[in-house]
Design a protein around this ligand. Structure first.
Ligand code: TRH
Length: 407
């Protein structure tokens, strides 16, 4: 049965902190609708966080529509009715509302169809993901939930990437005017086409201040574009002011470095920023992936975890990312990433300088890698496609097919 138009999915997202949980689920919801025509309801507990990456969102409305997706406030107890659809996704092991669990139990007891129930996990490059992706877990109510693990391998759940993204990126990057127009739309002044532009979206680390001081004393004009947020907590001494007093639109001139404070934009605007910069410092999960899709060199500030487990995850990624890189380039780029995460400023500066002389973005090897990696990492199928295939393999209900004509 091709019931593309009838397919209804619910995604539940609890905002733990920052923007990654809502960032990932919002991106996935948009893609499922745009590319598969699925009616997605995204339930989120914190509209104020969501509004940072969807500025048009009205935090006072408990139900609204954007990009074909219904966005509903997940309050406690749930004040809007949950009607079971074809698929139910709990993002990042969030505990579903009682009303939803009760409804699933009721349907099951009445022998009615229940949605395919998935837990969408965090992205991880470690090898164990292959063995855990897709595993079932029997729940107390007698239903089965499956674990869906995003990842970089063929056997994992894949990576979120829209079908036309690379073509859009290439069209953008081929014309210098696009980046200059974007900078002027963002209200940024004084950026010449040949200046070095670095976007910064990190957590706190002394390594960022060390890099800024180096760019300040450098021989080339450099611009650091930093949204108001956690990166600024590491720059209070350099900027000689409190982070909370710094506002979007402000500019700080420090020798050859200009720091521009940005407002946060929607996800499409952020993608364009990443495509336009010469180097990106990104963090968490979603911006980390978008930096790879931007085909520009980057530092990944991974979300810190207990017992430094995040460094294990970081190394697992660096290993696969560097697999095809020349050893010298691979070594400096990996060490730069590790040092940024461990806050070893001297090491960050040493490897940044070495990297500049090897030149990740201009050497043939580096250029080729930046463009080829996104294609290889996708392993022929993005996360949404793998998700649909997985659902179809589990579902006793609708089979979802890609619409032949764009919607
Ligand atoms: O905000 P994050 O630090 O989120 C983190 C991670 O997801 C982490 O794994 C998780 O455990 C923790 O949250 C709770 O970083 P991330 O994942 O990059 O998410 C940021 C989102 O914000 C991403 O979707 C991109 C988006 N964004 C914009 O849309 N506009 C902007 O201007 C900026 C700077 C970001």
């Amino acid at each position: 049965m091709n019931s593309t138009t009838a397919s209804r999915w619910d995604i539940f997202c609890l905002v733990v902190d920052n923007f990654g949980d809502i960032g990932v689920t919002w991106r996935l919801a948009k893609q499922l609708h745009r590319e598969y025509g699925i009616h997605v309801t995204l339930w989120v507990d914190c509209l104020a966080s969501f509004a940072h990456i969807l500025p048009a969102l009205d935090c006072k409305l408990s139900s609204q529509h954007f990009d074909g997706v219904t966005i509903k406030l997940w309050d406690t107890p749930l004040s809007q009715e949950y009607q079971a659809g074809d698929v139910l996704i709990e993002a990042f092991a969030c505990e579903l509302p009682d009303a939803v669990k009760n409804e699933l139990s009721r349907l099951n007891a009445a022998n009615k169809p229940v949605p395919v129930w998935l837990n969408l996990e965090y992205l991880c490059a470690e090898a164990w993901v292959d063995g855990c992706h897709g595993l079932p877990s029997m729940q107390a109510n007698g239903l089965t939930k499956h674990f869906f693990f995003p990842g970089f391998s063929e056997k994992s759940g894949g990576l979120i990437c829209e079908q036309d993204l690379f073509a859009e990126r290439d069209a953008w990057q081929v014309d210098q005017n696009n980046k200059l127009n974007l900078f002027s739309q963002l209200g940024l002044t004084g950026i010449d086409a040949n200046d070095t532009v670095i976007s910064v979206f990190s957590y706190e680390t002394p390594a960022l201040a060390a890099l800024c001081e180096m760019w300040q004393q450098g021989s080339h004009k450099t611009h650091a574009l930093i949204p108001k947020g956690r990166s600024l907590n590491s720059l209070t001494t350099l900027l000689n002011c409190d982070a909370q007093d710094i506002m979007p639109g402000q500019q700080f001139s420090l020798g050859n470095l200009t720091i521009h404070i940005l407002p946060m934009t929607d996800q499409q605007g952020y993608d364009r920023l990443l495509w336009s910069a010469d180097f990106n410092i990104v963090r968490g999960e979603d911006s980390f992936l978008r930096a790879q899709w931007a085909a520009k060199p980057f530092i990944w500030h991974i979300y810190p975890q207990e017992d430094d487990y995040h460094l294990v995850k970081l190394r697992a990624f660096l290993e696969i990312y560097c697999d095809n890189l020349a050893p010298e380039l691979a070594n400096h780029w990996s060490e730069l990433n590790i040092a940024f995460n461990t806050g070893e400023s001297n090491s960050v500066l040493r490897h940044w300088k070495k990297l500049n002389s090897v030149d990740l973005s201009l050497s043939q090897d580096g250029q080729h890698h930046l463009k080829q990696w996104p294609i290889d990492a996708l392993n022929d199928a993005d996360l949404a496609t793998r998700l649909i295939n997985f659902v179809n393999s589990k579902s006793s209900r609708a089979k979802i097919e890609k619409p032949k004509i764009g919607i």
